[in-house]
Unconditional design. Sequence first.
Length: 94
Amino acid sequence: MLCITADTQRIWQYTAANTWTELKKALTKTFSFSIPGNLWPIQHNTGTRNFTYTVFDTDGFQVLPDMCQIIDANNFNISFKNEMAGSVTVSFNL
C-alpha cells in the first residue's frame, strides 16, 4: 500500500505491521555529447554513487559502453572502444 501526504507530497510505503517507510524520489538527468569521443566525463553533483544509466547514440539507438567508472559521489566516466556522440540518461537513487 502507498500513501501520498497532501501537505508535503511525500510518498510512504506500508512495509510491515504498523511500519511505514518513506520512498525517496529518483532524480533523472540527461547529459549530451555532440562531439564524438571515447570518454564521456559526467559531473552530476548529486552526492551519490547509486544510479542506473542508459546510453543512446545520435540516431537514437541504445548502445552499451565499454566501461563505466565511478570517480566519486559526484562524477563518473563512460568509455567506448570507438568514438561516439550521443547522450546518457541517468537515474540517481537519492
